[in-house]
Design a protein. Structure first.
Length: 171
């Protein structure tokens, strides 16, 4: 039986995870299609996009934010560095760590990616009323916060709402 709150119907709670995953898959597919027209894939575009929004990042932080393992990121950064889009530098605060920086060509590519992503976002969200979008964002932020708390509790060895997690559905 799906987990319910006093404010949700069984139908709404049972479809929520499935719908989030389906929308994510379709969104990524649309981005891939738009990026392919510029010779890019999400695998190469997302790190460049994230780096273009900041001065620099540590490799580990970027891997975590992308949701990929360190070795996968190393191969990806090697490829972007070979294309002279990204460079690694020693972290002045910790010589064992590397920070990632966009080259001038990487900044240009990052701006191009921003334009592509903004176009997809505008096109896909064009039929959504601003108030509805804000409400959807509020819901997703609430769910994200809850998921982060659950993950932190598991890492700390004190699973929150373990009974509900066992009784809930996977998606």
């Amino acid at each position: 039986m799906p987990y319910e709150t006093p404010h949700t119907s069984p139908a709404a709670t049972s479809i929520f995870g499935q719908l989030v995953m389906q929308v994510n898959r379709l969104w990524r597919k649309e981005l891939d299609h738009a990026l392919a027209a510029h010779g890019l894939s999400q695998a190469t575009a997302l790190p460049l996009l994230m780096l273009s929004r900041r001065d620099c990042m540590r490799q580990g932080q970027l891997a975590e934010e992308l949701g990929i393992e360190g070795p996968s990121l190393v191969r990806l950064i090697d490829m972007l560095a070979a294309e002279q889009l990204v460079e690694r530098r020693e972290d002045p605060a910790d010589r064992r760590a590397k920070t990632l920086h966009l080259t001038p060509a990487g900044r240009e590519k990052g701006a191009e990616i921003e334009t592509v992503v903004a176009g997809v976002r505008a096109r896909i969200l064009s039929d959504v009323a601003p108030a509805d979008l804000e409400l959807a964002l509020d819901v997703l932020r609430t769910v994200e916060t809850r998921l982060q708390h659950e993950a932190e509790a598991r890492r700390a060895g004190t699973p929150e709402r373990e009974a509900n997690a066992r009784g809930g559905e996977a998606a």
